[in-house]
Ligand binder design. Structure first.
Ligand code: RIB
Length: 304
């Protein structure tokens, strides 16, 4: 794509993340006290939009927030980095989405989401512009994602998170599906029924890319000091989409996405930690992303 940035459309959620840093994650029924509280912009859609923007794409976010003070706080970093929010509408009757997040010293987290206005992003509200790629996740209604996928002509990435049943048309339409190991187990063979590339993330162990059940590439992330994994999967999703749209080879695209995801674990909060392109490219120079035993092709024949 010489001479211009990729154009990425994101249809998805906006949340304000209320983050409690705890000495350990609570068990069911247990109270853990002594936490430090932070507030950060988040939501999978918003995180993926901002990650794609910081990695060099022109991005518009199609989303819904409430008519409350949390909305401006949730949108602040998107605005600051130039994500187009002109199709981000306000629901006067709903609250902006809120995520309650506990983060342990290891960086592991637990998340509960109160979706609020994300739930009222209806299919008829979408009027998507042209773009190279569309990215969706599952924090807004599935029928809205389906409409977006049907209407859009370009490369379609769906991040099946959080895992829940979805219309099969979404999976069939996808060019790229991104899941973590838990989500991969939830969807099972459904992931391999269409012709999508499927990226499966394995946390600190990296990720692999498969199609029709056959592994195409595998990469490990750089060693980093992880303090908060929130937003790492969103960064991986955005980075992989950007790299594939740029026609990077599968192995290179996966390494780029793993490095970007790792960078996103090194700071507190979802959006403050999303890396800029220079940071990812400089870290890529310093480590070998190939996982032991990987002998995969480096083609990128699937992106038109
Ligand atoms: O993927 C991380 C995001 O999930 C958080 O920012 C939180 O808002 C939840 O939606």
């Amino acid at each position: 794509m010489p001479g211009r940035n990729p154009t990425i459309i994101v249809v998805g959620s906006v949340n304000l993340d209320l983050v409690a840093r705890v000495s350990r994650l609570p068990a069911p029924g247990e109270t853990v006290t002594g936490a430090e509280l932070g507030r950060y912009p988040g939501g999978k859609g918003a995180n993926q939009a901002l990650a794609a923007r910081r990695l060099g794409a022109d991005v518009s976010l199609h989303a819904r927030v409430g008519a409350d003070a949390n909305a401006e706080e949730a949108l602040a970093l998107l605005r600051a980095d130039g994500v187009d929010l002109s199709d981000c509408s306000v629901d006067p009757d709903a609250a902006t989405g809120v995520a309650l997040i506990c983060v342990a010293p290891s960086g592991e987290n637990q998340i509960v989401v109160a979706p609020g206005a994300n739930r009222t992003l209806r299919p008829e509200m979408l009027d998507l512009p042209w773009g190279d790629a569309l990215i969706c996740q599952l924090e807004v209604p599935a029928e809205t994602i389906r409409k977006a996928a049907d209407d859009f002509d370009g490369f379609f990435c769906v991040n099946l998170a959080p895992a829940m049943p979805v219309p099969s048309e979404i999976l069939k339409r996808a060019d790229l599906i991104v899941v973590n190991e838990t989500e991969a187990a939830f969807y099972g063979d459904l992931l391999n029924e269409g012709e999508a590339l499927v990226a499966v993330t394995h946390g600190a162990q990296g990720a692999h890319l498969q199609m029709g059940g056959k592994e195409l590439a595998s990469a490990r992330p750089p060693a980093v000091e992880a303090v908060d994994a929130t937003g790492a999967g969103d960064t991986f999703t955005a980075a992989l989409t950007v790299a594939l749209v740029e026609k990077q080879a599968h192995q290179d695209a996966l390494a780029f996405a793993c490095a970007a995801g790792a960078c996103a674990t090194t700071k507190q909060g979802a959006q403050p930690s999303l890396p800029y392109r220079e940071e990812v490219e400089s870290i890529l120079i310093t480590y070998s992303p190939v996982r032991t035993g990987s002998n995969k092709d480096s083609g990128n024949e699937n992106v038109s």
